[in-house]
Design a protein around this ligand. Structure first.
Ligand code: URP
Ligand code: ZN
Ligand code: ZN
Length: 430
């Protein structure tokens, strides 16, 4: 099959030009100002923007949590991803206690066999022992490029020496270590106190995990990363405090990266002030912050401190959230967004002048592909690269609504958002 896209504005991490592009058998065959060729399909894309397929570096399809699991399975979640312009996801395979990392990866490969776009994995290490450390190299050889660690969550978090062991092995095999940065013990103390005082409503969740706790954990993780000379990646940064820690580490020459997610750019903690059914939809960790953090995060995306904008896609239905009616500590944590990310970032980021079109492509497509070893097959459009692409009509205005989406959740956290620009075609060539 061949496809000729004519006269689109092609924007990648290295190009911004009007051109023709020929795609054949899932690869970019040629790019030129004009291609006078036959193809099975020709799209006249004058006035449209052509970008590489999005790479969402942080998703959780079918993630077991609090007696339930995130409501998108890999099949439907990746259908939603592609519809929203994301053609590669990197999901998390979480090690259970006592489990071989091979078993962990096998479980997630099995769960994802009906995926509809490129699906890669980070492996989360929760049980550090000789076998786990030994298996990291074998897992790397099976294609995994990054290992996740937790500073939060009892039963999952690593102590400093365990983190050092993981980092030491990661350095020797050339892998990256990522971390969920919140100080778990401090949060547990706060939660205990809140429950003692019968503060059980969703609005208390963010109060038990304030920005300072995230900032401290980010600083701590990066400090150990520096000590171990280990490339380190901070997932889902939500606040000034963690951005400051990352900026400081970067300015000292440390090899480190930071990710934020769309919910921290578009939603804020006033949403927790609603009745349970509404407020519980926004429970995630780290929680939503007050609006002042949003401008700070946008600035950090624009100035290069934050490298990646992902989603942490982990949706739960209204019914699933009911599990926490008796206490916020039982509300499954996580928000959806895999289908909303690309167009929200284009509309709110590019069209509102917060970031350039090139920066949008970098943080949503090319940077995650580069950091996690997928570039240039993914994350760009160059001759010989994979042909995952997204075509945006910048002129269409519409309003985001759950009934247009493909995910399996009964609501979107972005209901009613006015959007400028529409994805008219998104293609995954995995
Ligand atoms: O609340 C969240 N973020 N849920 C997904 C799991 C995680 O911690 O990333
Ligand atoms: Zn996390
Ligand atoms: Zn996550």
């Amino acid at each position: 099959m061949s496809l000729l896209i004519k006269q689109a504005r092609l924007v990648t991490d290295v190009r911004d030009e009007i051109c023709d592009i020929l795609i054949q058998d899932g690869k970019v065959k040629s790019i030129a100002s004009s291609l006078d060729l036959q193809a099975d399909e020709v799209i006249n894309a004058k006035g449209m923007i052509l970008i590489p397929g999005g790479v969402d570096a942080h998703t959780h399809m079918e993630l077991p949590m609090m007696g339930t699991q995130s409501c998108d399975n890999f099949e439907q979640g990746t259908i939603a991803a592609v519809a929203g312009g994301t053609t590669t996801i990197i999901d998390f395979a979480n090690q259970a206690k006592g489990e071989s990392l091979h078993t962990t990866l096998d479980k997630w490969l099995k769960k994802s066999k009906n995926k509809k776009c490129e699906t890669r994995f980070h492996v989360s290490i929760t049980d550090v022992n000789e076998r786990t450390i030994h298996e990291m190299k074998e897992i790397y050889d099976r294609g995994v490029r990054s290992f996740k660690t937790f500073l939060a969550y009892k039963g999952m978090r690593l102590n400093d020496d365990e983190l050092r062991s993981v980092m030491k092995e990661a350095v020797s095999i050339g892998a990256l270590v990522t971390a969920h940065c919140e100080m778990g013990e401090q949060i547990e103390r706060n939660v205990e106190q809140y429950l003692k005082e019968e503060k059980i409503a969703p609005k208390y969740h963010p109060q038990t995990r304030p920005p300072v706790i995230e900032g401290e954990a980010t600083e701590h993780f990066l400090k150990i990363g520096k000590e171990m000379s280990c490339p380190s990646y901070v997932v889902h940064m939500s606040c000034k405090e963690s951005v400051d820690a990352l900026r400081k580490a970067k300015s000292s020459g440390q090899k480190c990266f930071g990710e934020t997610c769309i919910q921290y750019l578009f939603l804020d903690d006033s949403l927790y002030e609603q009745e349970f059914e509404q407020a519980s939809r926004y429970i995630l960790s780290p929680p939503l912050r007050d609006r002042s953090h949003q401008a700070y995060l946008w600035e950090a995306i624009s100035d290069g401190t934050v490298d990646v904008v992902a989603t942490d896609h982990c949706p739960f239905t209204t019914k699933q959230r009911e599990l926490g009616r008796s206490s916020f500590t039982h509300i499954p944590n996580g928000l959806g967004g895999v289908e909303e990310r690309m167009i929200l970032m284009y509309s709110e980021g590019v069209r509102k002048g917060r970031i350039s079109l090139k920066r949008f492509v970098e943080v949503c497509c090319s940077n995650p592909a580069k950091i996690f070893g997928l570039y240039p097959q993914k994350g760009t459009l160059e001759e010989g690269s994979g042909a995952d692409f997204v075509l945006i009509d910048p002129m269409i205005k519409w309003r985001l609504s759950n009934n247009q989406l493909h995910h399996q959740c009964d609501y979107t956290c972005y209901e009613g958002h006015e959007i400028q620009g529409k994805i008219v075609k998104s293609s995954s060539s995995f």
